[in-house]
Ligand binder design. Structure first.
Ligand code: SF4
Ligand code: SF4
Length: 370
């Protein structure tokens, strides 16, 4: 057992009601004694350099508990045998002067949910103005590493390319883009998505020299062909707001409300006390179930992924895709199509940058950004 990432969901309560959010907001809070008990066990299993990630709900609703958690970790790490990085995913609404100072002092990685021009459509009305003013304030804090996470839906996809430009103009150095499966993507919205990505590509090709320089993380990352497997529990672990331990923070989101489901038990390490009763045996048993979560065991309604010629370049998170297919290991046709499209787009990004390096004009249909 060795973990490079420990995610703590201090509360699943949130002060936003984003239209595409599938998380149940049950108003549960981790008490600090559960957190410290889990940390006392996990600390010796952390890698020399590791990440403690605060997630929610909106984790800043539990800011006092974040401070207590870090104080406890610093006591455990007083001999500095681990290099611990902290990260926080937030909607930004509660970021005050005091909190920013604390995040700066602890050199936090801050993942800010910000949908650009779609912000007031999908997230809380009026939050756009606040975030546009807040981002430059965060960037002044030199020890905070800021990244944004933007989610687009079939209804807001027309804002993708202009939102990317806006976020970069504000000075954000790294961006993550996600696509919500709800509401369903129609053929027209998928065509719009392609056009928007083409517009972003045209901009990136003009503004950046190398593919690895571009700030859209998924497009910049190189990938090796292989059969993708879920990494839950392998090098990461998560403590949910109800006090149960999982291999990844996405599991409690999906299985919440499905507690009686045997499948949920199969993938869960159990409550902290249960797990600490026999950690080695519970870990081994749970990991043998998670080992089955690889592309070679997944299927769409049309075929098994193992029969697909694209399997080695396809990566689908089994839990994220279960939100639309309603079963772990099943991939909806919509997710399969979108995954294929994204892979082709990524190849076009790579080809465009290769052509640029060779001094050739990219053979990509220009789609200007407005
Ligand atoms: S594949 Fe999905 S569930 Fe598995 S570790 Fe990655 S994000 Fe978590
Ligand atoms: S492209 Fe579709 S069928 Fe092929 S491996 Fe990916 S999800 Fe499975």
């Amino acid at each position: 057992m060795e973990f490079s990432k420990f995610t703590i969901i201090l509360t699943d309560r949130c002060n936003f009601h984003c239209s595409y959010c599938s998380q149940k907001k049950a108003n549960r809070w981790l008490d600090i004694s559960t957190v410290t008990k889990a940390l006392d066990f996990i600390y010796p299993h952390l890698t020399k350099e590791c990440y403690i990630n605060f997630y929610g709900g909106e984790p800043l609703l539990a800011f006092d508990r974040i401070k207590e958690t870090i104080a406890h970790l610093e006591r455990l790490n007083r001999r500095r045998t681990r290099k611990i990085h902290y990260s926080l995913s937030t909607n930004g609404s509660l970021l005050s002067e005091e909190i920013l100072r604390f995040l700066d002092e602890h050199a936090f990685f801050l993942l800010l949910s910000f949908d650009g021009w779609a912000q007031d459509i999908s997230r809380k009305k009026g939050s756009f103005d606040r975030l546009v003013l807040l981002i430059p304030e965060i960037l002044k804090r030199r020890r905070i590493s800021l990244e944004t996470n933007s989610v687009f839906t079939a209804e807001t996809i027309g804002h993708l390319s202009t939102s990317i430009r806006l976020i970069l103009r504000l000075g954000v150095p790294k961006i993550h883009i996600g696509f919500s499966s709800q509401p369903r993507w129609t053929p027209t919205s998928l065509i719009r998505m392609k056009k928007e990505i083409a517009a972003a590509r045209t901009y990136f090709l003009a503004a950046y020299e190398r593919e690895t320089d571009i700030p859209w993380v998924d497009m910049a990352n190189k990938y090796k062909k292989s059969i993708y497997r879920c990494n839950a529990g392998r090098d990461q672990v998560a403590l949910a707001a109800d006090g149960r331990l999982w291999g990844c923070f996405l599991f409690p989101h999906y299985f919440d409300g499905r507690n009686g489901n045997r499948e949920s038990e199969k993938y869960c390490f159990g409550g902290v006390d249960t797990f600490l009763g026999d950690p080695e045996a519970i870990y081994a048993r749970t990991m043998s179930a998670i080992a089955g979560l690889g592309m070679d065991n997944f299927s769409t309604p049309e075929r098994r992924c193992i029969m697909c010629e694209e399997i080695e370049s396809c990566w689908v998170c089994p839990i994220a895709s279960a939100f639309s297919s309603r079963a772990v290991g099943k991939i909806s046709l919509q997710t399969c199509r979108m995954t294929r499209m994204m892979r082709k787009e990524k190849d076009l990004f790579s080809r465009g940058f290769e052509n640029k390096k060779r001094g050739r004009r990219p053979r990509i249909k220009a789609a200007g950004l407005s």
